[in-house]
Ligand binder design. Structure first.
Ligand SMILES: [Zn+2]
Length: 53
């Protein structure tokens, strides 16, 4: 599984629930950056390889 952000080929590790867009699976850096926005919730994907810090 790959990060859903355009131009990013890191493995997806976080599921982002975005009130202004569709839910998507993204890599850790993108998940952390998206989670800074109000209303966005990022949750670790259970079976992902990467660890949630
Ligand atoms: Zn990414």
């Amino acid at each position: 599984m790959q990060c859903a952000e355009d131009g990013c080929d890191r493995p997806a590790a976080v599921r982002v629930h975005d009130p202004r867009g569709r839910d998507r699976d993204v890599c850790l850096p993108h998940g952390r950056s998206l989670a800074q926005q109000p209303g966005v919730v990022a949750a670790p994907i259970e079976d992902a390889d990467a660890e949630w810090p």
